[in-house]
Write a protein that binds this ligand. Structure first.
Ligand code: ZN
Length: 353
């Protein structure tokens, strides 16, 4: 392995586009494998989940592209905080196999911008790039209520993509009111006894006609009763989509909508607190920072596929950390033979639970 300074020196000069391209090639190979076809929504759409998170925070301005916000410290005193944020598009290949498909850094172009860059705009740039990199991929974009606005829906339509966004009254009030009105008049379809809680699903197609919106918007919801101590509570979720809802597809659509939250939570959590510690600053230099982040995403893809591919690792219950150390050790010690190389071209089966 090169010395750390040498590595950083190299990563300061390498274009992040190069690493991004390596990731694209990896993903394209995986997408061609029939094993993952089962993960597609309604047997057709690859689920792509958009989510943003803060990575690095500084007290002092760190570079020209820093985002800036004013926060209150523990004593209630206001101070400026400089930070870097990223938006990820995660691709769902299986219940426990969710990999990085695309990355966009949220950053200001220069110090004196009038309006700061934000997750929403970065997500729009990311979608543009994904369409270029995967022009024919049937995609269903998922995201939280932040994305549930018409400009995002329009972008999805133009890309020929489907979408599922979380519906919140605060984000789409007119849609919410229109749906309540339709439901009140008995216009929403009902499917009972679905999901693991055997709850109730409801939907109404083309709410945009009632709400006076331009984009196609179907709405669906799921509710179930949950016992909390002595009381019974009703838990409810709502989503917006441009996939036409039917009594047959509702359960799968509900599962997909609910799954997003779990994936988001676990995804960044694992990368922040687990093996990778993506918040650790490996270099203060902006370009190297990006490259370190992209390398982590590539490592995570390899690691997840390796773990899914080798049933023996699951059986021995070896921890992820140990598996990764051993893998690294084998790179260091074991000589690669011609026979090893021949395996690369062989058909490999990946076992999914
Ligand atoms: Zn910075």
């Amino acid at each position: 392995m090169p010395h750390y300074d040498t590595l950083n020196h190299y990563l300061e000069r390498l274009s992040p586009q190069c690493l991004s391209e390596i990731r694209r090639r990896l993903v394209v190979t995986l997408l061609r494998m029939k094993q993952f076809y089962r993960a597609r929504l309604l047997g057709k759409y690859w689920r792509v989940i958009l989510d943003g998170t803060g990575l690095f925070y500084f007290r002092e301005k760190h570079c020209e592209n820093c985002l800036c916000e004013t926060v209150k410290d523990a004593e209630g005193k206001e101070r400026r905080r400089y930070y870097h944020k990223v938006v990820e598009a995660k691709l769902v290949l299986g219940e426990n196999l969710v990999i990085s498909l695309g990355t966009e850094f949220v950053e200001n172009e220069s110090e004196d911008v009038k309006k700061q860059d934000c997750e929403f705009n970065a997500a729009k740039r990311l979608e543009g790039r994904l369409k270029k990199e995967y022009p024919r991929l049937p995609v269903c974009v998922q995201g939280d209520a932040l994305y549930a606005v018409e400009p995002m829906m329009r972008l999805c339509r133009k890309n020929g993509w489907k979408y599922i966004f979380t519906q919140k009254e605060a984000r789409q009030a007119v849609i919410g009111e229109s749906y309540a009105w339709i439901k009140g008049g008995g216009g929403a379809a009902v499917v009972k006894g679905i999901g693991k809680e055997q709850g109730t699903g409801r939907y109404a197609n083309h709410v945009e006609e009632t709400a006076g919106k331009e984009e196609t918007i179907h709405i669906y919801e799921y509710e179930y009763r949950k016992k909390q101590e002595a009381e019974e509570k009703v838990v409810r979720f709502q989503w917006l989509t441009n996939i036409e809802l039917t009594k047959r597809n509702l359960e799968e659509m509900v599962e997909a909508g609910r799954g997003r939250w779990k994936i988001e939570n676990e995804g960044f959590n694992n990368q922040k607190n687990g093996l990778y510690r993506i918040e650790h600053l490996n270099s203060r230099e902006g370009n190297a920072m990006k490259n370190h982040y992209l390398l982590t995403q590539i490592a995570d893809i390899l690691m997840q596929v390796y773990m899914a591919w080798s049933p023996m690792i699951k059986e021995t219950g070896q921890s992820k950390k140990n598996t990764s150390s051993r893998l690294l050790e084998s790179f260091r010690r074991q000589t690669v033979t011609d026979e090893d190389v021949s395996y690369i071209k062989r058909y490999t089966t990946i076992y999914l639970e």
